[in-house]
Design a protein around this ligand. Structure first.
Ligand SMILES: NC(=O)c1ccc[n+]([C@@H]2O[C@H](COP(=O)([O-])OP(=O)(O)OC[C@H]3O[C@@H](n4cnc5c(N)ncnc54)[C@H](OP(=O)(O)O)[C@@H]3O)[C@@H](O)[C@H]2O)c1
Length: 333
């Protein structure tokens, strides 16, 4: 089979496509013939050896795929060869075959195309867990989403709306804010590129307060970090919840007294660990997400697709901050 390989740590331009041995499903595993593989920010970090999970070299990036089951390992039941599925593999997805532990396989509805399926579970899984389990968001509450046109950001916009929140989208361009408004944000604004000076940070806080009747946001969803984090925390409502999701703009250091002054909670979100520690709750969450998809309330926005040979360019699009919604690698027809 063919695979995109990271043979040495570096940027997307260092990835190569090579012929490698076919895979076989071991005990409790399932082999998927991959049709599509989504690009996520962790792929960019992993190939640079900057992510918390560090697969040994050489490896294929790609943490989630959609495809067709082609082999069942010993002891696997409830899944059949030929089933259309999503597989959460962590890495290894940008290849014609991937082997996944059976509990990390999700059957998909017939009407769900492979590109949307590949782009579905990490973003919606993360944002659903964040808003429901971690923030306990309530109908009518205001939800500020930073990086609102990114992968997890746009999923938070759609899910926030589906959960009855008033969604405010913040992003680095008008085009990105519009993408979020088209998918359910009630209002939105453009923030500047980093670095933000003191005045720009104050302006960011003021914009959030203006859009929340001077109160600040009840829930802040922050998958961006960097200079955007502190102004958003300063514009969090009394007893608000500030969700820490990711740091493409850098890991912010914030004055802890802000949490005291607002009586608010600063909450870590780690969806991957949640799925491993609480598989039954995760299963129920996935069932809810599939129902929302079938009801047309959520739908992955696949804004660009790349062929297998161009996988590095797909990862580069995220690193260049150009991606809107999801970028997907088409592995086979
Ligand atoms: N906690 C969890 O369980 C969990 C799960 C999945 C992903 N994540 C993390 O969430 C973050 C977002 O992941 P994603 O897959 O949604 O990525 P993405 O699609 O690339 O979205 C990230 C957004 O961050 C903003 N951004 C700000 N500075 C940036 C920079 N220097 N480079 C790139 N983007 C920048 C961009 O929006 P603007 O241009 O509008 O600012 C971009 O749309 C990553 O850090 C990822 O590791 C966490």
């Amino acid at each position: 089979m063919k695979a995109v390989l990271c043979k040495e740590f570096g940027g997307p331009e260092t990835l190569v496509v090579e012929e490698v041995s076919d895979l076989s499903a071991g005990k409790g595993q399932v082999r998927i013939d991959v049709k599509a593989c989504a690009v996520n920010f962790p792929d960019a970090l992993m190939i640079q050896n900057m992510y918390q999970f560090k697969p040994p070299l050489p490896f294929s990036p790609g943490g989630e795929v959609a495809g067709v089951v082609s082999e069942l390992g010993e002891g696997v039941s409830g899944i059949n060869i030929g089933d259309r599925v999503i597989g959460s593999c962590g890495w290894g997805g940008m290849a014609e075959q991937v082997v996944v532990d059976a509990p990390r396989i999700i059957p998909i509805p017939d009407e769900m195309p492979f590109d949307e399926a590949a782009a579905f579970i990490m973003t919606y899984g993360t944002s659903h867990h964040a808003l429901k389990d971690r923030a306990n968001i309530q109908p009518g509450e205001s939800l500020l989403v930073l990086g609102a046109a990114g992968g997890v950001g746009l999923a938070a916009v759609e899910l926030g709306k589906a959960m009855g929140a008033k969604v405010i989208a913040a992003a680095s361009s008008e085009e990105k804010v519009q993408v979020a408004k088209d998918r359910g944000a009630e209002s939105g604004f453009v923030y500047p590129m980093q670095p933000l000076d003191r005045d720009q940070q104050k302006a960011l806080s003021s914009q959030i307060k203006e859009l929340t009747d001077g109160q600040g946001a009840d829930v802040v969803y922050d998958p961006v970090g960097g200079d955007y984090c502190e102004p958003a925390l300063r514009a969090t409502n009394w007893e608000g919840r500030f969700l820490i999701v990711g740091f493409p703009a850098g890991i912010a250091k914030v004055p802890m007294n802000l949490a005291l002054l607002k009586g608010c909670q600063i909450i870590g979100v780690f969806w991957g660990a949640f799925t491993a520690r609480e598989p039954e709750r995760n299963k129920a969450n996935i069932a809810e997400l599939m129902d929302l998809y079938k009801a047309g309330k959520i739908k992955p926005y696949v804004s660009s697709t790349y062929s297998f040979d161009q996988a590095g360019a797909g990862i580069q699009e995220l690193m260049d901050r150009k991606a809107k919604g999801k970028v997907v690698i088409t592995v086979s027809d």
